[in-house]
Design a protein around this ligand. Sequence first.
Ligand code: MG
Length: 165
Amino acid sequence: MRIGTGFDLHRTGAERPLVLAGVVIPDAAISAGGVGGLVAHSDGDVVLHALTDAILGAAGQADIGDLFPDTDPRYKDADSAVLLQDAMRVALDGSFRLVNVDLTVLAERPKLKPHRAAMRARLSELLSLPAGAIGVKFTTMEGLGAIGRGEAIACQAVCLLEDLG
Ligand code: MG
């Protein structure tokens, strides 16, 4: 077995949809008084970025920034689901099988709990894993620091790979 961890954080406040785990969170729109989307070269999906790094790390590969540099115009506004699946091809490469993932999203607002089922369903699709092998948890920062002020959203990820060799 191989374990991998990943972490990512992006600033809020972008005039774009907030996308977490490949799911658009509608109540985050700035026009609705929400925190807005995430500021990033890609779509800013911190959940998929942290997860991508966890999978790459478990396989002993470089990180997401190495594979998809934010200086490369090809990845401008990129769908992070596509990046995740490209990274999985590189990392798993017939040598590893993804066993489970566990994610903790750090966000003060909006409330994400109502979107948990949709996130797990989307991750199940992207990772070809049963929903029972996908943990998605949410926590606030009790109002403390940048995340606590709603200025950023972060995610930490852990995954387990089975070495098929
Ligand atoms: Mg990122």
